[in-house]
Write a protein that binds this ligand. Structure first.
Ligand SMILES: [Fe+2]
Ligand SMILES: [Fe+2]
Length: 198
């Protein structure tokens, strides 16, 4: 891993220590690297943005976090807090590491709208948004989200299939998500068939 990325992860770690965000961020970071092999986007923007995008969750009490994200009607004002506070925290971390002001502005702008803004403002933004959502198709998310949202594995797979077209902004992101869906079907084959016979 790039030395600067290691530093960013180190400085982000105290803020990612909630809502399984450490693992979420690590997995999204890996997807960002894969997306940048195929899609346009500035690595100088994308990697810091994805590493820091969820640091703002640390400002939201854990007992309230589940009211602010996930399927169904959610408190979007509270969700907004994680974007606004996250952009502030990220700006501080980037300044501490000596990032130029123009880069800090671009990165924090992406963080500021990573959930609430459905369209991308740049190629880098699209890659960040897709990397964030690709986590939902990981094994880690399959386990985490079924438990969090009280869903069966089948219900979660159906949800991921339904929302795929709406969520992804890049062709590579959509393709990787489809590939992951097939992989999840085989990885969780035992659990899925157990649910049918329940
Ligand atoms: Fe987020
Ligand atoms: Fe995220």
């Amino acid at each position: 891993m790039d030395r600067m990325h290691i530093r960013l992860f180190e400085l982000a770690a105290p803020f990612l220590d909630t809502r399984e965000n450490g693992e979420h961020t690590r997995i999204s970071y890996e997807f960002a690297g894969r997306l940048l092999d195929e899609e346009q986007g500035d690595p100088e923007v994308v990697f810091p943005a994805i590493i820091l995008h969820d640091v703002g969750w640390k400002c939201i009490p854990e007992e309230l976090q589940l009211t602010a994200f996930g399927p169904g009607k959610k408190d979007m004002n509270l969700n907004r807090v994680h974007e606004v506070e996250g952009a502030k925290i990220a700006g501080g971390i980037l300044a501490e590491l000596g990032y130029p002001a123009s880069l800090i502005e671009e990165i924090t702008e992406i963080i500021l709208g990573h959930d609430s803004r459905k369209r991308a403002i740049s190629k880098s933004d699209a890659v960040v948004k897709d990397s964030d959502k690709l986590w939902r198709y990981s094994d880690h998310a399959m386990n985490t989200n079924t438990e969090r949202f009280g869903m069966t594995f089948r219900e979660n797979l159906e949800r991921l299939g339904r929302t795929l077209d709406a969520w992804f902004l890049t062709a590579a992101g959509r393709r990787m998500a489809s590939e992951r869906l097939l992989e999840l079907e085989s990885t969780y084959a035992v659990e899925l068939s157990a649910e049918i016979s329940d």
